[in-house]
Design a protein around this ligand. Structure first.
Ligand code: SF4
Ligand code: SF4
Length: 184
């Protein structure tokens, strides 16, 4: 039996995306407004950019901080069946849902995977609510995403994070005792 873990994203930067166009059609003689361009630029970055086009800052802010990618799944040997557990990586803070030492995590968890656009495309076991997965699928973010709500707590308030729902791998004997039938 193998267990898989994946890099938990970094602390989401709560930002309210609000851009004012500030374009006045009158008073600028001869000026032409490219309406399609202006409308496109008014969209938040996750609606107008692919994952690969995002800046590092945008990429990191896209993580909703749910912590669910740091919760172990089991793949039964000899099958392709993957099941969810409530056991998390020893480096996950089970309340904040942040990695306890992200810069140095590999010293403790060498197989922690760094998320990249290519990795997101390959990892079909990322949670369905993961913002990277949603953007890859051309879907919008949910209301509780910190980039939409402006509040990093809404992901927890909406009950879609791992907060206080998981137990460290250091505190269990056997993953098989922690398989869940349902998951957020
Ligand atoms: S080392 Fe940190 S980022 Fe990697 S799986 Fe564990 S908690 Fe998540
Ligand atoms: S599942 Fe996706 S959105 Fe949630 S913490 Fe992991 S990378 Fe971030």
């Amino acid at each position: 039996m193998k267990k898989r873990t994946i890099t938990q994203g970094r602390k989401a930067v709560a930002k309210t995306i609000a851009r004012k166009l500030g374009v006045k059609a009158s008073g600028v003689r001869g000026a032409k407004v490219d309406r399609a361009k202006v409308a496109g630029e008014a969209l938040p970055f996750w609606k107008r950019k692919t994952l690969a086009q995002m800046s590092l800052r945008e990429w990191e802010s896209l993580c909703d901080g749910c912590g669910k990618c740091c919760v172990h799944k089991l793949e039964w040997e000899g099958t392709t069946e993957v099941v969810q557990t409530n056991v998390c990586c020893q480096m996950l803070d089970t309340h904040s849902c942040q990695c306890k030492d992200y810069p140095n995590r590999k010293a403790v968890v060498p197989d922690c995977i760094q998320l990249t656009p290519g990795v997101v495309a390959e990892m079909d076991w990322l949670p369905a609510t993961c913002a990277y997965r949603l953007v890859l699928q051309g879907k919008d973010l949910y209301w509780w995403h910190p980039l939409v709500s402006g509040d990093p707590e809404t992901v927890h308030e909406a009950g879609v994070s791992a907060r206080d729902r998981v137990i460290s791998e250091l505190e269990i004997k056997d993953h098989c005792d922690h398989v869940l039938d349902d998951w957020m």
